[in-house]
Design a protein around this ligand. Sequence first.
Ligand SMILES: [Zn+2]
Length: 131
Amino acid sequence: MKYKSLPEMKSKLQDIRSRLLGGIEKTLKTSQDEEFTQLVPDTTDDASRSFSRQMLLNLGEQDRERLIQVEEALYQMENGGYGMCKLCEKSIPEARLKVVPFAQYCVSCLNEIEQDQKNNGHNGSDQFEAF
Ligand SMILES: [Zn+2]
């Protein structure tokens, strides 16, 4: 399916990608700077620093997943298959892609997946862990 606002979606994806990559670079830089900042004791700053670092670590995994989705969407834009739901293979509505250009599922499939995770996910794995 051809989307009218494909260029808009593409630039949005590229924007997200560069922001994610920029964030990773910043994370690497701050972790390198850590050795230097240790030479200058600053207790109040230390507490906030470790807090924001924890947040970056938490964000890290989500960002990595997001980056993979963005890369895949950009690849599909070039090679075809962009905007196709991975589950039902229907075209994802343009309105949804404008909001979430890296969407991989249509709304109804996404709801089903989320329902599945709620119903099976926790109870199932908890039972396995008990044994
Ligand atoms: Zn679907």
